[in-house]
Each structure stands twice: as structure tokens, then as C-alpha cells.
Design a protein around this ligand. Sequence first.
Ligand code: ACO
Length: 333
Amino acid sequence: MSVRAVITGTGRNLPPRVVTNADLEKLVNTSDEWIRERSGIVERRWVETGTGSSDLAVEAARQAIDAAGIRKDDIDFIVAATLSPDYYFPGIGVLVQSELGLPNIGALDVRNQCSGFIYALSVADQYIRAGTYKKILVVAAEVQSTNLDFTDQGRDMAVLFGDGGGAVVVEAHDSADGRGILSTHLFCDGRFASELWMEHPSPKYNPTFSMEMITERKTFPRMDGRRVFINAVERMPEAVLAALAHNGLETKDLSLVIPHQANDRISLMVMKKLQLPEERIVRNIQRYGNTTAASIPIALDEVVREGRLKNGDLLALTAFGSGFTWASALIRW
Ligand code: ACO
């Protein structure tokens, strides 16, 4: 009997500090109306200084481990996705391992930005299919509020991003009941790297970190919003259709789709292109903003705890982001 990777537990961790669009109006030359119309976002969460993405990941991981009904010592590998690690190095995987008090298991950091969770899940899936590990903790967390450009130059991004963390436990199960991750599809087009990026600090230059980088405001994230939008609305549905075709399934078979919560207008376009009714697409960006790699596991935890997924349901995850990278995962729940 072949082995499948099954998500057996989920968790999420949103910092308690709520930042509304009205709060942002005091910091940025923007308006509640502009933010709602262009992105659907009403509020987001920001950490207090001193909280890193590893801290957000740890609490989400504890919840996922509890939900899976396993002991933390049963975890035999960690995959961690973030674009905002606590430190330049090491990554957050080792910090999560240490904070959870896990034995000397391996921890791998994934750097695929908004697509990071699906890339991380694909790694877990492959290790489980290969028989290398049996119980893998996948975490994704971001702290983005501490490096936003509140001038007019950066206001397009400053209003979109939020902080948060999510986690899942992925376990090896025999495939007899058909449950588990059916496939993951990963894509990228590095020609667009500079369309959505944070250019500095950069070891490519000497010194890595200079006053010029700061005065030229190159240490903040930047994007060409329109180009991101145009590509996101094509690539996410394409990735879902590739997954369905690979498994001999159709859009009508989908019970639920969780798109990366980049922007509500993007999610609505994905819904339209896949010809899905509104109740089959998960949208929570209104409350959390864009939490990059964490957005999918946060949304997944919400739908699981709300009872919106039943055994046998077909779930698609899809993401698009910096790189450009994009991806999908198809899961029989
Ligand atoms: N508040 C008020 N005005 C703003 C703001 C703001 N926060 N940000 C930009 N503007 C202004 C612009 O300066 C521009 O002014 P101008 O016409 O005087 O030049 C005006 O609003 C309109 O700007 P547009 O770029 O035309 O606005 P658009 O309708 O394209 O919306 C947006 C901008 C929301 C960024 C859109 O391009 C978008 O959704 N892009 C997708 C990007 C995205 O979701 N990124 C998330 C990160 S990546 C990811 O997760 C996939």
C-alpha cells in the first residue's frame, strides 16, 4: 500500500493588536475607502516590537500539534516558510525547534514568499511519500509591519500587509481511504524577481548595508502592483487547473479553494476564472490583510475549526507572489 501525506492538525496565531484602516490613515496618506475598494482589507494585525515570526509560528505549531493529537516529540522534521525571518541568519526553523523543545531533528527553511507555504507543504509531502519522515511540522509566519514604507512611495504595500502565523502537522497514512495530499505543483519565473522584492540590504554590495540604501529607501519592500495583479489572477487559476488535470478531476469536484490572500479583488478574479460559487472560495483578507506565506495556513485553520471541511472533501490551495513564484496543492480531506 502506498503512503500519502495527510494534514492531521492545524493552528494559527494572530497578534492581538488590531490596526484598522482608520489607524493607518494617521500614518499613511491613504483612506479607508481606497484600501477597501482596492484590496478588501478592513483591518490587519501587527506585532508589538520584540515579537518575531518564529514566535508567531511556535504558538500556531503548538495548536497544530494539539489538534493532531500527537506528542510534540513525535515530530521528526520541520519545514518553515517565511520572507521575514527573525534574523538574517539562521532561519526560523531552528528557533521553532528550540522554542518547542523538540529533539535534534532537522529543520528546513523555505524562501518562497507568498507561495512559501505550498512549497513547504510539497517538501513535507515528498519526504513522507519517500518514507523518510512520518510526522512533519510545517509552519509559515510573517512579521511585516516593522518594515513598511509609510511615505507615498510605499503606501501601496504599507496598507496591504499584516503579521501572523499558521501551522499544520502532516503525517504518513496508508492511501487506502484516498485521503491526503494528491499533488503539489510548483512554478516560478525569475525574470520578474525585481517586480516584487526587497532589494537591500544585499551582500552583493560592499558594504551590505549602507546609509545610501536607507536614504534611497531601498530597504523597504517594493512592487509593481499592476504587474503583480495581472499575473496573480492568471497564474493561480492555472495552477489549480494543472492540479485538477493531473488528477483527472474538474473544477466541479472542488469543495473549497483557499487562495493566498493577496488582495480580495485577486481572490474574486480567481473565483470567476474557476467558475466557483462564492461559498467555495475562502476569503479572510478583510480581517488580516496579506500575511504572505502565513495566509493559507491561517485560512485553513479557520475553515477547519469552523467545520467547513468534511472527510472526503476536495480542497485546493493556490498561491502567487514574489519571484514570481506560484503553486497549487490538491488535497482529499
Ligand atoms: N492609498 C491611497 N492611494 C494610493 C495608495 C494608498 N495606499 N497606494 C497607491 N495609491 C495611489 C497611487 O499612487 C495612484 O495614484 P495616481 O493615480 O495619482 O498615480 C492611485 O492610487 C491608483 O494607483 P493604481 O496603481 O492605479 O491602483 P490600482 O487600482 O492598480 O491598485 C493595488 C493598486 C491595490 C496595489 C493593485 O495594483 C493591486 O492589487 N496589485 C496587486 C498587488 C498585491 O496584491 N500585492 C500583494 C503582495 S504580492 C502578493 O501577495 C501576491
